[in-house]
Every structure is written in C-alpha cells, then in structure tokens.
Ligand binder design. Structure first.
Ligand code: NAP
Length: 259
C-alpha cells in the first residue's frame, strides 16, 4: 500500500534503537525524510547511516536528551518544520508505590508527559497552518491496564493520554491527527533488560525468564520493532486521517479486555 507520505518530513524522538527506530525505518521505507534523536551519538550515527543507505531518504541525526529543555531546543532547531512527529523517550524506573518522592514523580512527568506535550506544542501550530500533520506518541499498555511495579509510568503516561484526548479533538479540523501507540512486550533492549532482571531475581536462565513472559501473551511471542513501526507509519499515512485521539494497543492480546 502506498502510504502517500513520500517527501514528508518527520521528527522521530528516541530513535537510535528499539521501537523508535522501528518507526523511523517504516517511515523511511514510505519515503519520509527524517530527523532522528537519541542521547548516545554512536548508535544514533550508525542508525542514521543504515537508514540513509537502505531507503535513500534524508536523515538528520541530533544527539540530545529529549527530556531536557536544552535537548528539546537543540532537536527542534535542527528539525525545523515537520509534518510528522513521533514522541518517545526511555521509561521511568520500576519500584514500589510507597517509595517514590515528589522529585521521582517530577522526573517521570517531565520525561513521559511534559516532554511529549512540549514537542506537540512546538510542532502543532505549523502543522495546523499547513493543513496537514500527524502525531504519534509512544506510550504503554500500562495506560489500559496498570503494571504494579511501574507506578511512575502508569501515572505519567495516563496524564499524557488525558492531554491527547482533549487536544486531538481541537486540532483535527485542521487536518492534524494525534494518536497514541501502546506497546505491550516488544523485543528490544528494554525487554531484554527486564528479562535479565527477572532471571536474576528468580534464579532462572535468561531463556527461561523470556519463555515465562512469552507464556503470558496470547500470541506466545514478543512483538517486533518492525511490526510496531509499520503500525506507526500507517497512522502517519494519508489513509489514517479519520483516526483521531485513539489509543492503539499492540500487545499480542496480553491485555485481557473486551474493548
Ligand atoms: P530501548 O530499546 O531501550 O530504546 C530506547 C531508545 O530511546 C534508544 O534509542 C535510546 O538511545 C533512546 N532514548 C532513551 N532515553 C532518551 C532520552 N532521554 N532522550 C533521547 N533519546 C532517548 O526502548 P524501547 O523498548 O524501544 O522503549 C521505548 C519506549 O516504549 C519506552 O518509553 C518504554 O518504556 C516504552 N515501552 C516499551 C515496551 C517494550 O516492551 N519494549 C513496552 C511498553 C512500553 P540513548 O540511550 O542513546 O538515548
């Protein structure tokens, strides 16, 4: 299917690896020029080079921490006008509800709620002026069904979801859509780190820990960054203009709910 977005320009945050990279690859395959971002410059440069070589699109790489005001300013200055914005950043650390201080909450809100909101505030006016735009926020399945150890993530991402629900309906008339993608367990460095933690904590091998988590997913496997990216690219396509303010779960059926 031709996604109809060849020649558009996208900012994909936190995209040297994992789900962000999956989104960047799928957009590049659709002919979209990219601005990529991550903190570490080495992996970022390698990803940018691979995408340039693989898809022949323009790729600008900006090494910066997207959760800081300074980092965002650097990324936005390099990006200029974008037609597509994919927000993403690392997730907050796990822990226990009784342990988190105000500062812990502020850090989580800054990274996973206020950063995507600031990026939308920067990109939406230009998209609305030009009469076309797409925003996809990478959030988490924890928005639909809370993950007990990830209370900071549950809180921050739910706040973002509330903001998107209202804002998406205020900008839709200008040809701009905002939607959220909710990953369940995907095969990325983050999933690997969680498996290593579980293996250590439960005295299992890494393989046993992974099999145990796969068994909790009806699809009996982890999702891939490529599948995730393809869904993101579709949401950014010309065909998805009537999808507004939705929360799309990609979890292999793991969230046991009728709707
Ligand atoms: P990942 O494989 O660890 O990749 C994270 C990417 O983001 C890397 O390119 C990393 O590069 C970059 N990054 C992290 N923090 C950043 C920051 N502050 N500024 C700029 N770039 C940053 O993670 P992932 O699995 O793709 O996860 C992406 C998001 O989805 C996270 O918020 C995660 O919590 C959420 N999620 C993931 C899963 C899953 O199963 N994978 C499930 C639910 C939710 P640098 O480290 O060099 O900055």
């Amino acid at each position: 299917m031709d996604l109809g977005i060849r020649g558009k320009r996208a900012l994909v945050c936190a995209s040297s690896k994992g789900l962000g990279r999956g989104c960047a690859e799928a957009l590049a395959a659709a002919g979209v020029d990219l601005v990529l971002n991550a903190r570490g410059s080495e992996a970022l440069a390698a990803t940018a080079a691979a995408i340039r070589a693989g898809h022949g699109v323009e790729v600008v790489a900006v090494a910066a921490d997207i959760t800081t005001e300074e980092g965002r300013a650097k990324v936005l200055a390099a990006a200029g006008q974008v037609d597509i914005l994919v927000t993403n950043a690392g997730g907050p650390p796990p822990g226990l509800w009784s342990d988190w201080s105000r500062d812990d909450f502020i850090r989580a809100l800054d990274a996973n709620m206020l950063t995507p909101i600031a990026l939308m505030q920067a990109a939406l006016p230009g998209m609305m002026d030009r009469g076309w735009g797409r925003v996809v926020n990478i959030t988490s399945q924890s928005v639909k069904a809370p993950i007990p150890a990830l209370g900071l993530s549950n809180a921050a991402r739910t706040g973002l979801t509330g903001f998107v629900a209202g804002t998406a309906r205020q900008v839709a008339a200008k040809g701009v859509t905002i939607n959220n993608l909710l990953p369940g367990i995907h095969d990325t460095d983050r999933a690997d780190a969680l498996d290593r933690g579980a293996a250590k904590g439960q005295g299992l091998s890494l393989d046993e820990a992974r099999r145990a988590r796969e068994a909790t997913i009806p699809a009996r496997r982890y999702g891939t960054a490529a599948e995730f990216g393809a869904t993101c690219a579709f949401l950014c396509s010309v065909h998805a203009g009537f999808i507004v303010g939705q929360n799309i779960l990609l979890d292999g059926g793991a969230t046991n709910a009728t709707i």
